[in-house]
Design a protein around this ligand. Structure first.
Ligand code: SF4
Length: 344
């Protein structure tokens, strides 16, 4: 009898040891599967669970999500990070309702044409919802393939990634695509983890390159170090008694649609800015220790400047208002801003 293939071993292992009761499993509803796949991008399963259930209770289907104002979507997303995902989710819901009459397209090709759905996410939706024949290649799968096949090179580099896509496609089984795809995800999360993979319990150990060569710590090859730009700026924490001024961000750059403190460049006179932009007179100000926050492609260095003002009569009230401290904490705001607000 021939030895079981890579895919057969993954499928068998998944049935016995994989995860079967995550909130987004045991359904073929593409809306629920899509929502979970987007939330799980760059976020841990345990964190996603409560957000996913809360989101579904408010938006049980794509029509409810498409009808909602984006501010409500951002409020429910608040704290999950990578807010572009929430904007894309909302945008895609509207596209599905407007262009597809509320029915999700079934092919990877059509799915990747929707905002925020990359090739691997499209494949996962196509497999779980429609049982299509498609390969995923997320971070977990890249790690497994790099180790099992001994693929060297930074997996984020396009030539290495292209090679991995080709390998992932050749390994696909003819049947049981959902169990195989879930098995890869589970193996990456439970056994072939980033540090200390549990090789003795891995169904792939018999022919795993990294295990045999004792190279699990060397594969996948580390990312080439990139120097990312540092962006320093001041955050204006404008207070009147127990109330704080927040501004709704209208920028297309980061945190669009979220509430935050007004900002100004380093070196600018915060007291003058508050007077010119808001017509408020600051009685005193305190400069706090800068807070560093890493985004994917840049490092924010935010210096909170706390200013106490004599009244709340704003020169213009478009997209800004004073909130009580507790009320402010319930606004949709970026996590580092929420942390600063909670501390100050
Ligand atoms: S044997 Fe070890 S390194 Fe190889 S795939 Fe399994 S867990 Fe990963």
């Amino acid at each position: 009898m021939p030895a079981p293939s890579f895919a057969q071993r993954i499928i068998l292992w998944q049935r016995r040891h994989g995860r079967h009761h995550l909130p987004w499993q045991n359904t073929r509803d593409p809306y629920r599967i899509w929502l979970s796949e987007i939330m799980l991008q760059q976020t841990q399963v345990e964190t996603v669970k409560s957000y996913y259930l809360r989101f579904l209770s408010v938006f049980p289907n794509v029509f409810a999500l498409a009808r909602a104002p984006v501010t409500q979507v951002l409020e429910l997303w608040s704290g999950l990070g990578y807010y572009r995902r929430a904007h894309f989710l909302h945008h895609t819901a509207r596209r599905i309702v407007d262009d597809y009459h509320g029915t999700f397209p079934e092919t990877e090709q059509e799915l990747t044409e929707l905002p925020g759905i990359g090739r691997s996410t499209a494949a996962a939706i196509a497999v779980f919802a429609f049982h299509r024949h498609a390969a995923i290649l997320d971070g977990n799968v890249k790690r497994i393939l790099a180790r099992h096949h001994g693929i060297e090179g930074d997996p984020t580099q396009s030539s290495v990634e292209k090679h991995m896509w080709a390998v992932a496609e050749t390994l696909l089984p003819k049947n049981n695509l959902p169990a195989y795809t879930q098995g890869l995800m589970d193996l990456g999360a439970q056994i072939c983890t980033r540090t200390c993979p549990d090789c003795p319990h891995c169904p792939l150990r018999q022919d795993c390159f990294a295990h045999a060569a004792q190279q699990t710590a060397l594969l996948p090859s580390p990312r080439q170090r990139q120097t990312i730009p540092e962006i320093p700026f001041q955050l204006l924490v404008i207070r009147h008694q127990d109330r704080i001024l927040l501004e709704e961000r209208r920028t297309q750059k980061i945190w669009s649609g979220l509430w935050s403190f007004p900002e100004c460049a380093m070196g600018e006179d915060a007291t003058q800015i508050v007077k010119q932009r808001f017509g408020l007179k600051a009685c005193d100000h305190v400069v706090h220790t800068p807070v560093r926050h890493r985004l994917t492609h840049r490092l924010l260095i935010m210096t909170p400047v706390e200013l106490h003002v004599a009244h709340e009569r704003l020169r213009q009230t478009n997209h800004c208002r004073f909130y009580r401290h507790k009320e402010a904490l319930s606004c949709a705001m970026p996590t580092p801003i929420r942390r600063i607000l909670a501390k100050i």
